[in-house]
Design a binder for this molecule. Structure first.
Ligand code: NI
Length: 259
C-alpha cells in the first residue's frame, strides 16, 4: 500500500475532521440502505445517495488520500490523532474477533435467549449467526474477488433468508463454530490479496445500489458485523422488557428499533 498518502496532514484541524467524517459517510452511504434488511424495512437507496452526494463533493476537494492506510503510514500520523484514517489492519482487527464475541455471548445459553425475537419478521440471535455464515460464504469474499477480477456484471444478489433453511437442525454451538472457521479462512484470503490503495478504489456493481468500491465493501463488512452484534444484544435485552418495571424509562435499548 502506498505511503504517499498523507497530504492531508497539512490541513488545519477542522478541515481534517470534516474530511474524516465525510469519508466515513461516503464509504458507508451506498450500504446504509442495505442495513435495514435486518428488520424487514425497505429503505430508499435514492435517499442515501442524496445524503452522500454533498459529502462526496467535499471529499473530492481533498483528493489524494485512500480510504485506508498501512500500519507504516499510520505510525506517521500518530502525532495528530484526529487525522488517522481507517486502515485495513484496523478493519481486520474487528472482523477477527466477531466470532469470539458472539461465541462468548451466545454459546451454551438457555434457549430463551438464543431463539428470542423482537417481533414478527425479526431475527433471533440464532438466525443472525446463520445469516453471518451465509455472508462469509456468498457475500464478502466472492464480491471482493468479483471486483478484483474486474467483472463488469452486477454481484450475485444476496439471499437474506438463506439461514432459515441452512441453519435448520443445527445447534447454536455448531453455527458459531462454522462462523469462526469461515471467518478465519476469509481473513487469510483477504490478507493474501495484499491489497494496495489502488485496489481499494476499484469498483464493482451492486445489484441494487449501483457502483461501489472494494474499500466500501470492506468497511461495510465491519459495520455489518457490529450492526448484528448490537442486534443480538438488543434482542436479548428485550426478553426482559416486560419485567424491569419502572426502570424501563432508563433503558434505551428497550425502545430502539421496535420489531
Ligand atoms: Ni445483515
Amino acid at each position: 500500500m502506498s505511503e504517499e498518502t498523507l497530504g492531508f496532514r497539512s490541513l488545519e484541524m477542522p478541515k481534517v475532521i470534516a474530511l474524516r467524517l465525510s469519508r466515513v459517510f461516503v464509504s458507508l452511504g451506498p450500504f446504509l440502505a442495505e442495513r435495514f434488511h435486518h428488520n424487514s424495512f425497505i429503505s430508499s437507496a435514492k435517499t442515501v445517495a442524496a445524503v452522500a452526494a454533498p459529502l462526496k463533493a467535499s471529499r473530492q476537494r481533498f483528493p489524494g488520500s485512500p480510504p485506508f492506510l498501512s500500519q507504516a503510514s499510520r505510525s506517521r500520523t500518530m502525532t495528530c490523532m484526529n487525522n488517522e484514517l481507517p486502515m485495513l489492519d484496523d478493519l481486520i482487527a474487528v472482523l477477527d474477533r466477531t466470532p469470539a464475541t458472539l461465541t462468548a455471548l451466545l454459546d451454551g445459553l438457555p434457549e430463551i435467549w438464543v431463539t428470542a425475537r423482537e417481533g414478527d419478521g425479526t431475527w433471533s440471535p440464532f438466525d443472525v449467526v446463520g445469516h453471518l455464515i451465509h455472508g462469509e460464504r456468498t457475500d464478502w469474499i466472492p464480491r471482493a474477488r468479483h471486483i478484483l477480477d474486474g467483472d463488469p456484471r452486477p454481484f450475485e444478489a444476496f439471499d437474506r433468508e438463506a439461514q432459515f433453511s441452512e441453519s435448520r437442525d443445527k445447534s447454536i454451538g455448531e453455527l458459531l463454530e462454522t462462523f469462526g472457521v469461515l471467518r478465519r479462512e476469509n481473513l487469510e484470503t483477504i490478507r493474501g490479496f495484499s491489497l494496495t490503495s489502488e485496489d481499494l478504489e476499484r469498483r464493482g456493481l451492486h445489484p441494487e445500489l449501483g457502483e461501489v468500491t472494494l474499500g466500501q465493501l470492506l468497511a461495510t463488512w465491519v459495520v455489518h458485523d457490529l450492526d448484528h452484534v448490537g442486534q443480538v444484544a438488543r434482542t436479548m435485552a428485550k426478553v426482559n422488557a416486560g419485567t424491569v418495571g419502572p426502570w424501563a424509562a432508563y433503558l434505551s435499548i428497550l425502545r430502539d428499533r421496535q420489531g
